[in-house]
Write a protein that binds this ligand. Structure first.
Ligand code: HAS
Length: 545
């Protein structure tokens, strides 16, 4: 990777890893508070550290890692011009300024509103301005990526674009369309409200706009992991991409189905017509299909790589996998975790079952398996080769050993923590609450053992974070100098040609917009028209007379 491009990605990695340390520490504290054995010192509030934890890990770490990684993929596959690099830096600094502003308000205790910042919880206006900067910065990154692919297409007319560049652009299109929702609620509702220009806010509108963004957000996290699974892992295991066309189809299905599904986070909210909830639940089941295609594809890659090495028996290919190579091992544990994690997602999405699990700590267990295991272990797996590539060092035996231990520690800690969250959730334990025995309630006493298990799991995970941080610093400053491979996989030679229709951007973005309009227009009009008296949807820019 050219040095100047490497620096862009590396800046993003710094923010991501510092976030990991701070956010992880907050997570550890939370699990202790929930046991009832720890009271936070200096009057620090539980919701303050919960907000730091959620914002800094779910929003800051992910966004910086993803945008940095995607810049590296684009630079490697389609190149980055000087002008594009300047804009990439502009994106980075805009996001960083926004992050700092937001972080300050949370640390001062002026924005303990959790990462979903649901109204009527109110934060200091700077919190919302900070978020706006982060989103605007990420939009600059979107347009840099779009321009990179556009320039490449112009220079290579009629050719299919490199797979990873195609995937990055899909992810950024999803991001751009979905952030329009969160930007609207922040700009039209939260900022005027927090500045005191209006004195009321329509909560259902704000939550609906939030989840219009909030669900595609989880695929914005997942798709970079899939990029590594489809486009990098085959190379690491000595195989080939099973089907370029299938990989692109999966990503297109994400573009189509990841947005019009936000209601599955609002199944228990009154004020939304059940018919439209039903439609969005059907679409939610549709968005599981590209993940099932991915599972199929990965098994096919593993099997064909094993068979090409001469393993003949039914499951012989399993032995052919490079189990001792951390670049494979960490993402592979992530993939295995995604089997129960995805099943949990389908449980959440089923209307009747959602009544049981919604707002319980089961949901927290769900996203610690999906995001904090599947996605994060894949990100760690990427870091072990990407950071040496960026810093001009080698992935040596020490990094590999530490990485393997880190992965095992992480998987073990998460198994305990997330497992007990799932069980406690089924026993009714609420999410997002500090310790309470609910007036000595018998049911609450059932949860206590699981809260301890969460603290044990959380402590093991924190050891995992310290190991990762040590390895990060080692990769940046101490690993032997040299040229590390950027593992880009190639396609199977006899693979059928990729249909060109898969690159018809107008068609796919057009269908995505139609689906969004179908799933949201009528319910949104309905929500606004039937708003309770005194809560008109948008009083902006004029306050109530
Ligand atoms: Fe989710 C809540 C439904 C996936 C994250 N989700 C959340 C929240 C987060 C989150 C953060 O319908 C909480 C939000 C909040 O704060 O309130 N989720 C789903 C569904 C899926 C899903 C249907 N979620 C994710 C992913 C996330 C994520 C991915 C982050 C990255 N989720 C929900 C619902 C709620 C929810 C409801 C609201 C709950 C409530 O009431 O509040 C699907 O995308 C899952 C599909 C996945 C699969 C698995 C495919 C398996 C693969 C692995 C193959 C393995 C191999 C290895 C090849 C069908 C691809 C094999 C090797 C061997 C050795 C065996």
């Amino acid at each position: 990777l050219p040095k100047k491009d490497a620096n862009v990605t590396m800046a993003h990695m710094w923010v991501a890893f510092i976030s990991l340390l701070i956010g992880g520490l907050m997570g550890l504290l939370q699990t202790f508070v929930r046991t009832g054995k720890l009271t936070l010192p200096f009057g620090i509030d539980y919701y303050q550290i919960l907000t730091v934890h959620g914002v800094i890990l779910a929003l800051v770490l992910t966004t910086f890692f993803i945008i940095g990684f995607q810049f590296a993929l684009m630079s490697k596959t389609v190149g980055m011009s000087d002008g594009q690099r300047k804009w990439a830096w502009a994106a980075f600094w805009t996001m960083t300024i926004g992050t700092i502003a937001t972080a300050i308000t949370i640390l001062l205790g002026k924005a303990s509103v959790l990462y979903t910042f649901y109204a009527p919880l109110a934060a200091h206006p700077v919190f919302y301005f900070g978020l706006t900067f982060v989103v605007v910065g990420s939009w600059i990154a979107c347009f840099v990526n779009f321009h990179q692919l556009y320039k490449w297409k112009k220079a290579n007319p009629g050719q299919k674009s490199p797979l990873l560049a195609f995937m990055v652009v899909i992810n950024m299109v999803i991001w751009f369309i979905s952030t329009l929702g969160v930007a609207s609620t922040v700009l039209i509702q939260f900022i005027p409200w927090s500045l005191g220009l209006v004195d009321e806010i329509n909560i259902l509108v704000s939550r609906t706009l939030f989840w219009y963004f909030g669900h595609p957000l989880v695929y914005f996290w997942l798709l970079p992991a899939y990029m590594a699974w489809y486009g990098i892992i085959p190379k690491i295991i000595g195989g080939k991409i099973f089907s370029d066309g299938l990989a692109r189809l999966a990503f297109i299905l994400f573009l189509l189905f990841s947005i019009p599904v936000g209601f599955h986070h609002q199944l228990l909210e009154p004020g939304i017509d059940p018919f439209w909830k039903y439609i969005q639940v059907v679409l939610t089941f549709a968005v599981a299909i590209p993940s099932l295609l991915t599972a199929f594809s990965m098994f096919a890659v593993f099997e064909s790589a094993g068979r090409s090495k001469g393993y003949r028996s039914l499951f012989g290919w399993f032995k052919a996998l490079p189990w001792k190579d951390v670049r494979f091992f960490a993402p592979m544990i992530g993939m295995i975790a995604f089997i129960p994690a995805g099943a949990g997602g389908l449980i959440n999405a089923s209307n009747q079952l959602n009544q049981v699990v919604h707002n319980t700590i089961w949901v927290t267990g769900h996203f610690h398996l999906t995001l904090a295991t599947t996605v994060i272990l894949t990100f760690f797996g990427i870091s072990y080769w990407l950071i040496p590539v960026l810093t001009g060092r080698k992935l040596d035996a020490k990094i590999n050993r530490f990485g393997m231990i880190q992965t095992i520690v992480w998987a073990f800690g998460m198994f305990i923590m997330s497992g007990s969250m799932h069980i406690a959730g089924l026993l009714g334990a609420p999410r997002r609450s500090s310790f309470s025995d609910y007036g000595g309630s018998e049911q609450a006493t059932e949860w206590i053992g699981y809260q301890y298990a969460q603290a044990i799991g959380g402590s093991i995970l924190f050891v995992g974070i310290l190991l990762m941080m040590y390895t990060f610093f080692y990769m940046v400053y101490a690993a032997p100098k040299g040229v590390e491979e950027f593992p880009l996989a190639e396609e199977e030679q006899h693979a059928p040609p990729t249909p060109l229709i898969l690159e018809n951007w107008k068609l796919w973005i057009g269908i995505a917009v139609i689906l969004i309009a179908f799933a949201y227009t009528i319910p949104m009009v309905d929500i606004i028209q039937n708003s309770p008296p005194g809560a008109p949807p948008f009083q902006w820019p004029i306050g109530r007379g």
